[in-house]
Design a binder for this molecule. Structure first.
Ligand SMILES: Cc1ncc(COP(=O)(O)O)c(C=O)c1O
Length: 485
């Protein structure tokens, strides 16, 4: 018999375990700065030119810390150096790209989720918490008019959710031989769909990018014609992606007519509602999004339309079995997964195993407030968008290039010469003048080649006062333009 070893670990390090007083000191200090930051959002510059910060960011490369640093110094660095040198995405003047805001209630939910650090990849590890997340998915299904029994999961964002939808469609419609499969999208679809197709192994030539109508909406007749042509060439059309609010101009594709086309040809019908899907909470949004419930899968982005901090997207599917066919994969070392069809093991229907517990991010604010304030906030955003559109329409130097269909519009300056180059030059100059005033952050795009300034109103912090400031700055910018506008 071997002699028992008298080896004893030489090290016992408990320094990472904070006692209650240290936890409070840490949390209180961070909270104090975070709250001060949030309170100062209305006064913070809405647009910050980050060019200099980018140029100096190489100076930030740090050695691996060998010893402790004092918390106040670290908080100063975060709040006084890095946060101010960034876009004020959480502020009321952020009308750029697609805003969201960042509900503090969700920040608190994250603190709780990370503090308790429960495992939500499998149901048996935290049945109650996983069920709360499943409830959130059910609520989302109810919002978009999905039938009971539909399923889905919370992802990190819309890109990952769209990718998972493309893979689900591929597996369901094509099986393992998929190189002849074709996908149909509009020329306005979010670029993450092309990326998803690439990651999913679909040849780029099989992504059929179809023209849109004068309101930037996918034309069902064009989809039909492309499918028929591809079938004749021996391709296998398998996926039609519609947008419920494009990023570029907020266009909503004709969701019902597209559903007809997809159904007629047996395609998977996916709706990317990352930007616009939650407008289904409002009466006007429901009208605009009619037909969304016919989709096989829908992407929603709570970090846009529900104002959450970044890090939460959602994929909804009508048929949970398709997600299981893609993601279900047992292993000897896994706890036994349950077999109740009513219950969900997130790892069986999504790509992640270990994952942040995202359920509370939506559950806590929904339960704290109920759904009404979310509905009212979205309705308010629709009103604010109409308000600024009408004010801009009244300005003779402005041409509206994209009328709002939800809460996004785009416009350009009219050049008296009528030349497109002059229009672009003046529009660029107006954009620079608006940003210089730092009260709103607007971004630019191209619509059918025409340079345009976009406004996207989606933050719960944006109200009429900031839209009035936006209008004032546009008017002041126009007054500064050189002759020719
Ligand atoms: C319509 C649309 N789809 C998808 C995405 C991608 O979502 P995420 O940035 O959450 O990955 C966006 C982002 O703006 C979007 O507007």
């Amino acid at each position: 018999m071997t002699k028992p070893s008298d080896f004893r670990p030489a090290i016992e390090d408990r320094s990472l375990e904070l006692d209650a007083a240290a936890m409070r000191r840490l949390a209180d200090a961070a909270l104090e700065r975070a709250i001060r930051h949030i309170e100062s959002l209305p006064e913070q510059p809405a647009y910050v030119d980050t060019t200099e910060a980018i140029a100096t960011s190489l100076d930030l490369i740090e050695p691996l810390p060998q010893g402790p640093s004092p918390l106040p110094e670290l908080l100063d660095e975060i709040f006084d150096v890095h946060a101010p040198a960034s876009y004020t995405t959480a502020g009321p003047g952020y009308l750029a790209y697609v805003p969201g805001g960042g509900l503090f209630q969700t920040a608190v939910a994250d603190l709780i989720s990370s503090s308790i650090n429960r495992y939500s990849g499998v149901l048996s590890a935290a049945p109650g918490l996983v069920q709360l997340e499943t409830n959130v998915i059910r609520w989302f299904g109810e919002i978009v008019g999905y039938p009971a029994g539909s399923s889905g999961f919370l992802a990190s964002g819309g890109s990952l959710a769209n990718l998972t939808a493309v893979v689900a469609a591929r597996v369901d419609k094509l099986g393992e031989q998929f190189l002849d499969g074709t996908i149909y999208v509009s020329d306005q679809v979010h670029h993450c769909v092309a990326k998803a197709a690439r990651i999913a192994g679909i040849p780029q030539a099989n992504l059929k990018i179809l023209p849109t109508d004068e309101r930037f909406r996918l034309d069902p007749a064009a989809v039909e014609a492309a499918i028929v042509e591809d079938l004749a060439r021996g391709c296998r059309p398998f996926l039609l992606v519609a947008s419920a609010g494009t990023t570029n101009s907020g266009a909503v594709d004709p969701l019902s007519e597209l559903a007809e086309v997809a159904e007629r040809h047996g395609l998977w019908y996916h709706v990317d509602g990352a930007y616009g899907g939650f407008f289904a909470l409002t009466e006007r949004g429901r009208r605009a999004l009619a037909g969304i419930e016919r989709a096989d899968s829908i992407v929603l982005d709570p970090h846009k339309g529900l104002f959450l901090p970044y890090g939460t997207g959602a994929l909804l599917v009508k048929d949970k079995a398709v997600l299981e066919a893609v993601h279900s994969q047992g292993a000897e070392y896994m706890p036994r997964l349950q077999a109740d069809p009513e219950l969900v093991d997130p790892c069986e229907i999504s790509p992640e195993l270990s994952r942040p517990y995202r359920g509370l991010r939506v559950w806590l604010p929904f339960k704290l407030h109920g759904i009404e304030p979310f509905r009212r906030n979205l309705d308010e955003k629709l009103d604010l968008t109409l308000w600024i559109t009408e004010k801009l329409r009244a300005l003779p130097q402005i041409e509206i290039l994209a009328e709002p269909q939800l809460s996004t519009l785009a416009f350009a300056v009219r050049a008296t010469s009528g030349s497109e180059a002059d229009t672009e030059g003046l529009t660029r100059a107006l954009h620079a003048a608006i940003l210089r005033r730092q009260r709103v952050h607007l971004t630019t795009t191209r619509l059918r080649g025409r340079y345009a300034i976009r406004i996207c109103v989606l933050s719960f912090r944006t109200h009429l006062d900031r839209m009035e400031a936006c209008l004032e700055d546009i008017e002041a910018g126009l007054a500064e333009l050189p002759a020719g506008a």
